[in-house]
Write a protein that binds this ligand. Structure first.
Ligand SMILES: Nc1ncnc2c1ncn2[C@@H]1O[C@H](COP(=O)(O)OP(=O)(O)O)[C@@H](O)[C@H]1O
Ligand SMILES: [Mg+2]
Length: 216
């Protein structure tokens, strides 16, 4: 029901089709299943006849890490510094979202977004950036409309860490995952998120998201 409150014009009277949101964002800590779910949800909506597409709004942190290792450093922060990495990530994610929004407007598609602006605000908080840095990021990201619905994939940090290890291309400490979870929950946007229990099987999580979208 939270979804209806956020999805703009009122839905058709009872019995009519529920209005499909134009922008759907999936957010949450690393390992919560954003990429997995955004892909599946986009595919399910497309199969149901909606012009839905998967869009990734990456901040590049994964690639910075790989580049750092290539040049003999341990990770992105070792190469670019903590502040440098945050500035780069904020800029790259801004560009990614600008591209996603442009494509959404041009193609009139339903964008199922893997991450959005709030992920950057949470990242800044989790990495201990100064409040000034978040204020600046919020100013730059204000250009982007709020998604019609934001799903927060709520996962236990222990479960997330196990998944990240199984995925095998990066690692996160428990301390960071807990801090990141707290950062999302501390955001002023958090009360408007539709919280999904993301500890279950991929199928259970997809079902919960589709149910909120009136597609189950
Ligand atoms: N519900 C789930 N149960 C078990 N494993 C999952 C689930 N969702 C995703 N995974 C796996 O866990 C890893 C992390 O998922 P991913 O979608 O990449 O998360 P994120 O994009 O939020 O970091 C991937 O290897 C993925 O296949
Ligand atoms: Mg991902």
């Amino acid at each position: 029901m939270a979804l209806l409150a956020q999805s703009g014009p009122a839905p058709a009277p009872s019995g009519g089709p529920r209005r499909m949101p134009r922008t759907i964002a999936l957010v949450g800590i690393d390992g919560s299943g954003k990429t997995t779910q955004a892909r599946v949800v986009a595919a399910e909506l497309a199969a149901a006849g909606h012009p839905a597409v998967y869009r990734q709004n990456a901040g590049g942190r994964h690639w910075f890490g790989r580049i750092a290792v290539l040049v003999g450093r341990t990770d992105a922060e070792d190469l670019f510094g903590r502040r440098g990495t945050l500035v780069l990530e904020s800029m790259l994610r801004w560009l990614a979202i600008a591209r996603t929004q442009l494509r959404r407007v041009v193609h009139r598609e339903v964008a199922v977004m893997d991450r959005y602006a709030v992920c950057q605000f949470a990242s800044l908080r989790a990495h201990g950036a100064r409040p000034m840095a978040e204020r600046f990021a919020r100013l730059a990201y204000r250009l982007f409309p709020r998604p019609d619905v934001t799903f927060f994939l709520a996962v236990d940090p222990e479960v997330a860490q196990e998944r990240i290890e199984r995925r095998g291309y990066d690692t996160e400490t428990m301390e960071y995952l807990r801090t990141a979870d707290g950062a999302y929950r501390s955001l002023p946007e958090y009360p408007a998120f539709v919280v999904i229990d993301a500890n279950g099987t991929p199928e259970q999580v997809t079902k919960a998201i589709l149910a909120e979208l009136g597609q189950a």
